[in-house]
Design a protein around this ligand. Structure first.
Ligand SMILES: Cc1cc2nc3c(=O)[nH]c(=O)nc-3n(C[C@H](O)[C@H](O)[C@H](O)COP(=O)(O)OP(=O)(O)OC[C@H]3O[C@@H](n4cnc5c(N)ncnc54)[C@H](O)[C@@H]3O)c2cc1C
Length: 285
């Protein structure tokens, strides 16, 4: 029997931008402010980059950069080149601290999976007695079947209500919290160096990322843009600097931000075959 032909996967639209919904969460850049970024951050990264190629001592490079003796455009050019070349240690010297509030535990569980170059502190469910615990309502449930939405809300409210009753009955918070749903909101402080922030943004701004964490990184990017459009410009879905999409689930090309790598390699193979047929060889690099 001939192999069954797998039906072509229907092209779907690019996932809806979660930014259109107010999710009741926020991300605020606590440190640094615009003045510090403008005065010190670009000079710091520039000093790290320049030290590699200069006979000058880093303190002199830094002094010149801070005191306006180096053309700002030249500093930015060097930094862009170094970042694009993947020399990431140079951007580990600057950090950003965010207050993140009102996100679900579903999100926070994903966020704290990032390990390198990032620190978190999160509201404790052992020590905080949640008198007014709140929960996230996903857009698909909010805008979906009203009867299902009602049941969802009753279920979540029921769990939060039971939590309160358990506390009143003397059950410690660390045990009562076992009834909390994934939707329960939480607060964190996150400090990350720029290298880790670019990496996390690359994964979490991707349309394959879960909508809530994608929205969080849109807010994070907005905050960095506010203090530095130059540094903020490096926060993008990973396909943007790569030039192609490497997500397995986008082989059908439903997300159009960049072509999938299979399409890029296919185009290369075709070009290579055509060149060979014409008696030419494409250069290997
Ligand atoms: C769309 C999406 C879907 C996901 N689905 C799932 C899922 O279904 N199940 C699941 O469990 N997780 C899932 N994850 C989480 C994912 O597997 C990672 O744990 C998470 O994104 C953290 O990223 P990272 O590993 O790059 O870690 P980071 O800490 O951000 O690390 C940054 C980089 O440092 C390097 N690095 C860090 N630690 C080490 C180490 N110990 N050894 C060597 N190199 C290291 C790596 O190059 C790494 O990429 C998903 C993530 C995304 C974005």
């Amino acid at each position: 029997m001939a192999d069954a032909i797998e039906p072509a996967r229907a092209k779907t639209a690019i996932p809806r931008n979660p930014g259109r919904h107010d999710l009741g969460m926020s991300a605020t850049l606590l440190f640094p402010n615009r003045e510090i970024v403008e005065k010190y951050y670009v000079p710091l990264v520039y000093t790290a980059c320049r030290t590699c190629y200069s006979e000058l001592e880093p303190q002199e490079i830094f002094r010149r950069a801070v005191e306006g003796e180096v053309n700002p455009a030249a500093m930015q050019r060097l930094i862009s080149n170094v970042i694009e070349s993947g020399h990431g240690s140079t951007i580990e010297h600057i950090v950003f601290t965010f207050a993140i509030s009102g996100v679900s535990r579903t999100l926070s569980h994903q966020l704290v999976r990032h390990r390198a170059g990032v620190a978190f502190d999160q509201q404790s469910q052992r020590y905080v007695k949640f008198k007014g615990a709140a929960a996230m309502l996903p857009g698909t449930i909010a805008d979906g079947d009203p009867a299902l939405r009602e049941r969802y809300e009753a279920q979540v409210d029921g769990a939060l209500g039971l939590y309160g009753e358990l506390l009143e009955a003397g059950v410690p918070g660390e045990d009562a919290r076992f009834v909390f749903p994934n939707a329960t909101r939480t607060n964190l402080v996150m400090t990350t160096n720029l290298r880790a922030l670019i990496h996390m943004s690359g994964l979490r701004l991707c349309t394959m990322a879960q909508w809530e964490i994608r929205r969080l990184f849109q807010l994070v990017r907005h905050e960095v843009f506010t203090v530095s459009p130059f540094l903020g410009s490096f926060l993008a879905p990973k396909c943007v600097p790569l030039g192609y999409c490497d997500e397995f689930n986008n082989r059908d090309g439903h997300c159009p931000i960049r072509p999938h790598k299979d399409a890029v390699l296919g185009a290369w193979a075709e070009k290579h075959a055509a060149a060979k047929a014409a008696g030419r060889d494409l250069p290997a690099t």
